[in-house]
Design a protein around this ligand. Structure first.
Ligand code: PLP
Length: 554
């Protein structure tokens, strides 16, 4: 549904899209023959403004499509309700390190032959109502397969669905199969052939990530789809068309995106064989220029062989510090320019960039402001830099942004805060490389993996995070970073949040800030370990290799 290609191409909303982009970038580097399919998102997700009261407002992004994409010849159509919707596609090439190309095809319905509504179907990412979304997913899944055929991709071995958004592709593969063998209708036998070709990755335990549509809506929009007519009922749950279950039923390999997420997913979808492949990030995309230069000098193989980042253990520490501070200077200058926040290079700086939504608990670090003020009086000042968008319909998320926006009024000169508007890939890179510490406070077990902490690790920036998602695997206490609270705690009462807040403050006061301000050498050792132990593993090169052995060639 989304793919993070570059900041100026606003076809992504967050982690799911960035991961898709990083996966494709890794495939291009490795020379794995892969193509990506997504929607054009002509108006983007949205541009975020934060007004003087701290309230998020949204506007469409009008981006110069022609500057980044090439229009392709073929056109196909998909049936939606009683209409034939015409679809064309644009191409974006991802260049690998040795010149291999992974093309990404972005589907577009803005064609004269379509009515006004259909023209708008590839405008907004995650916009509109249920009907708009199901139309988009028909275009993505069914249209996606048809466009591939029209482009000449006839012998694809594996279809990898990221979330259920694209799982209607299963219906189209079934249609093809039925047409080929001349059967009267779709059967379990056809499905078992399709299953061999399909791989499904689920990315979140959050309900909103799993698309469900009423059976009436599905029957109306998919009335021309024979497979849905024949098998739809048996593939649906509780009278819904549930795209997650469709993907689960039609895939021979299913995985969650971290070990813990596998356990959570198994409990959500009883009876399915679910594995895990822990996410990664594309190391060369996310390492800042200064560290790239350092790695090139001391670990020349790192771009082709991310595992060799383990040799960061022998990088000269003063050079790591120097590179980090160059990245930090860029961040500080940016935030001072954009937010006029008067931040200082020499002050301990915490970064937090997440979708603004309740379970991410953006404001957890402000639960006890007096304690925070006391810590800075005892140890030294703090700067806190935030960023992240709330979904336009997420009022609670917008309130979190507003709270952070106004928090400065309750603090003193020892604590400076800023909220950078319109979070995107460039800001993400600036923040994960320029912060001294990367903070993450989701409510477990909601964070399936999380990837921004991995970007920080590539940049030698340690995490302070709740033990959820990837951090359960990545955290070696005091070595690669620090944990907030304990693993596998139950969090449904009032108590634990207080426990977590205490833990957060204790770690800052007694472990992290004393290292930063008083025992700098030890702080740099943690930075070094973040690269050597975590960047060497939590990258998409390793991740893609696991997909290859566990999913694509099985
Ligand atoms: C990395 C990234 C994300 C995802 O970060 P998480 O830690 O997984 O929430 C979202 N948006 C942008 C712009 C990013 O760069």
């Amino acid at each position: 549904m989304e793919v993070g290609l570059q900041s100026a191409v606003p076809t992504y909303a967050g982690g799911l899209g960035i991961l898709a982009g990083d996966t494709l970038r890794a495939a291009a580097d490795t020379g794995i023959p892969m193509v990506g399919i997504s929607l054009l998102s002509r108006k983007g997700y949205f541009r975020q403004q934060i007004d003087n009261s701290g309230w998020q407002t949204e506007s469409p992004i009008n981006w110069p499509i022609n500057d980044y994409l090439q229009l392709q010849e073929p056109r196909i159509s998909v049936d939606i309700d009683d209409r034939k919707v015409l679809v064309r596609t644009w191409r974006y090439d991802i260049q690998g390190i040795d010149g291999s190309v992974v093309p990404v095809f972005l589907l577009d319905t803005n064609l004269e032959a379509n009515n006004e509504y259909d023209k708008s179907l590839t405008d907004y990412l995650y916009g509109g109502d249920d009907e708009y979304r199901l139309c988009q997913e028909i275009i993505l899944g069914i249209g996606g397969v048809r466009i591939l055929r029209a482009l000449g991709y006839d012998d694809i071995n594996r279809y990898h669905m990221n979330e259920g958004h694209s799982s209607l592709l299963i219906f189209e593969l079934m249609e093809e199969l039925i047409a080929k063998d001349g059967s009267a209708q779709a059967t379990e036998k056809h499905l078992s052939i399709i299953r061999q070709q399909c791989v499904f990755t689920t990315h979140t335990p959050v309900a909103a990530g799993h698309d469900r549509f009423s059976f009436e809506l599905a029957c109306r929009l998919l009335k021309k789809c024979n497979t849905f007519r024949d098998m739809g009922k048996s593939m649906c749950c509780n009278n819904d068309l549930n795209l997650t279950y469709l993907a689960l039923d039609a895939s021979h390999y299913i995985n969650g995106v971290a070990k813990r997420h596998r356990e959570i997913t198994k409990r959500m979808f009883i009876g399915y064989d679910i594995d895990s492949i822990t996410n990664g990030v594309h190391a060369t995309t996310w390492a800042c220029n200064e560290l790239q230069a350092l790695f090139d000098q001391y670990i020349p193989d790192w771009r082709r062989d991310n595992a060799s980042l383990r040799y960061a253990i022998s990088l000269p520490r003063d050079k790591i510090w120097q590179a980090h501070n160059q990245a930090k200077l860029k961040l500080v200058e940016y935030v001072n320019k954009i937010c006029n926040s008067g931040m200082d290079m020499n002050i301990f700086t915490i970064g937090f960039a997440r979708r603004a939504t309740q379970y991410k608990r953006t404001t957890l670090i402000f639960n006890d402001i007096q304690r925070l003020i006391d810590i800075t009086a005892n140890i030294g000042p703090i700067q806190l830099i935030f960023s992240g968008k709330a979904h336009p319909k997420d009022q609670d998320g917008k309130e979190l942004i507003q709270q952070v926006y106004h928090i400065q009024d309750t603090l003193n000169e020892n604590i400076k805060t800023a909220y950078i508007p319109d979070y995107d890939m460039d800001i993400g890179k600036l923040m994960t490389s320029g912060s001294d510490l990367w903070l993450n406070t989701p409510l477990p077990p909601m964070e399936a993996s999380g990837t921004s902490g991995m970007k920080a690790a590539v940049n030698g920036v340690p995490s302070l995070s709740v033990l959820d998602g990837w951090w359960i695997e990545g955290c070696i206490e005091g070595v690669t970073g620090w944990a907030i609270g304990k693993a596998n705690q139950s969090y449904d009462k009032d108590g634990p949040e207080t426990e977590e807040t205490k833990s957060l403050y204790n770690k800052l006061e007694h472990e992290i800030m004393p290292l930063y301000y008083l025992r700098r050498d030890e702080y740099i050792t943690v930075m070094q370990h973040a690269i050597a132990l975590n960047a060497s593993f939590f990258n998409t090169e390793r991740m893609l290799n696991q997909y290859i052995t566990k999913a694509y060639f099985r």
